[in-house]
Write a protein that binds this ligand. Structure first.
Ligand SMILES: C[S@@+](CC[C@H](N)C(=O)[O-])C[C@H]1O[C@@H](n2cnc3c(N)ncnc32)[C@H](O)[C@@H]1O
Length: 319
C-alpha cells in the first residue's frame, strides 16, 4: 500500500508537470483503459472486412482516428466483451490510444529493417508490421525472456512475421547487434508508468518513487545511446514512455542530442488537442531547445499520459 506521503508527492509532481492544481490531479488520474481498437490488417481480406463490420455494429460509439489507418478511438468502451472476443482471435488489438502514436511517428517504409528494442507484449511492434503489410525485416527484442516468449506466440496469432526474437538488455544492445543496420528503431522503454497511475487504487503507486525516477533516467539515457549506434545514417528512432516526469523523457533525449551531433528531432505531422510540446527546463535542469518538437500527451478520457520523440540521424555525408 502507498503511504499518504507518496500520494502527496505524486500529486505535487504531476501538478507541477501539467501546470494544474494538486486537487485536479486526483480527477485526471483515474486509471488506464483500452481506449482504441486497431483492426488487424495482417489476416486475410474477408476476415478484415468481417471484423470492420463487427466493430461498427458492436462498438457503435467507436470512431475512426484520422491520423491512424484501420483504427478507432473508443472512449466509452462500448461492446467491450465483443471486442475482447475479437482480440482473443487476433482480429483486433485493444490498447490505450496513446500507444498508437509511436508506430505512426516511426512510419516504417516497405522493405525497411526495423528493430523494436523493448517490444513485449508486442502492441507497437505488431502495429509497425501491419503498417507495411509485413514487408519489413522485423527484429523483436525484449529484456524479459518470459515476456519475449509470450510475444512470439502472440505474433503468430496476429499474423506478424518477424526475422529475429532476442532478449538482450537494451542498455547494451549495441554489443550484440550489428552497427548501423536498422532504418527504423522503436524504443518504447521501461519507465515509472505515471501515465497509468490510477488514484482510485493507491496501490498502483507502490512502485512509484522519486528515487526510481532518478534510476530510470540514467538507464533510459544509455538505452537511447546504445540504439543510436544501431541506427543507419538517415534512419529514424522513436523514443516513448508512458510517463510524464521530464527526468525520464526530455532528459535522456536531450543528453543524447548533446552527445551525438548527427541526431536531431522532427515534429510529428499529426496532432490531438491533448498533445503538448516537450519542455526545455525542469527543476533547475536545462534541455536542448529542440525538445519543443517532442510530444507530451496530457492524460484525458481517451489518452494516457505519454511522451514521444521522433529522433532522426543525419544521412551519411551531411554536415
Ligand atoms: C513499456 S514496456 C514495452 C511495451 C511494448 N513496446 C508494447 O507496445 O507492447 C517495456 C518493456 O521493456 C522491457 N524491459 C525492461 N527492462 C529492459 C531492459 N533493460 N532491456 C530491454 N527490455 C527491457 C520490459 O520487459 C517491457 O516488456
Amino acid at each position: 500500500m502507498s503511504s499518504a506521503r507518496t500520494i502527496r508527492q505524486f500529486e505535487q509532481r504531476m501538478a507541477e508537470v501539467l501546470r494544474i492544481r494538486p486537487a485536479e490531479v486526483n480527477k485526471i488520474f483515474r486509471g488506464a483503459r483500452p481506449t482504441s481498437i486497431r483492426v488487424n490488417r495482417l489476416l486475410d481480406e474477408d476476415t478484415y472486412q468481417d471484423t470492420l463490420r463487427a466493430v461498427r455494429e458492436k462498438a457503435p460509439k467507436a470512431f475512426p482516428v484520422d491520423w491512424c489507418e484501420h483504427t478507432f478511438l473508443w472512449p466509452e468502451s462500448d461492446g467491450f466483451e465483443d471486442m475482447l472476443a475479437l482480440a482473443h482471435e487476433g482480429r483486433v488489438y485493444l490498447q490505450n490510444a496513446s500507444s498508437l502514436i509511436p508506430p505512426v511517428a516511426l512510419s516504417p517504409r516497405p522493405g525497411d529493417s526495423v528493430l523494436d528494442v523493448a517490444a513485449a507484449p508486442g502492441g507497437k511492434a505488431f502495429h509497425l508490421a501491419a503498417r507495411v503489410g509485413n514487408d519489413c525485416r522485423l527484429w523483436l527484442n525484449d529484456g524479459a525472456a518470459p515476456r519475449a516468449r509470450k510475444m512470439g506466440e502472440l505474433a503468430e496469432l496476429y499474423g506478424v512475421r518477424y526475422a529475429e526474437l532476442t532478449t538482450h538488455p537494451a542498455q547494451y544492445i549495441d554489443k550484440s547487434l550489428p552497427a548501423e543496420s536498422f532504418d527504423r528503431i522503436m524504443l518504447d522503454v521501461q519507465c515509472s508508468g505515471e501515465g497509468r497511475i490510477d488514484l482510485r487504487r493507491p496501490s498502483s503507486l507502490r512502485f512509484w518513487s522519486e528515487e526510481r525516477i532518478e534510476k530510470y533516467k540514467f538507464l533510459q539515457t544509455k538505452m537511447i545511446s546504445a540504439a543510436y549506434k544501431l541506427l543507419r545514417p538517415g534512419g529514424v528512432m522513436v523514443y516513448s514512455t508512458c510517463t510524464l516526469s521530464p527526468e525520464e523523457n526530455e532528459f535522456p533525449v536531450s543528453r543524447n542530442l548533446e552527445r551525438h551531433k548527427d541526431l536531431t528531432l522532427e515534429p510529428l505531422d499529426f496532432s490531438e488537442p491533448s498533445f503538448l510540446p516537450g519542455v526545455t527546463s525542469w527543476r533547475g535542469m536545462k534541455f536542448d531547445e529542440r525538445l519543443k518538437d517532442a510530444v507530451r500527451v496530457a492524460p484525458t478520457d481517451t489518452f494516457e499520459g505519454f511522451f514521444v520523440a521522433r529522433i532522426v540521424k543525419a544521412p551519411a555525408g551531411s554536415e
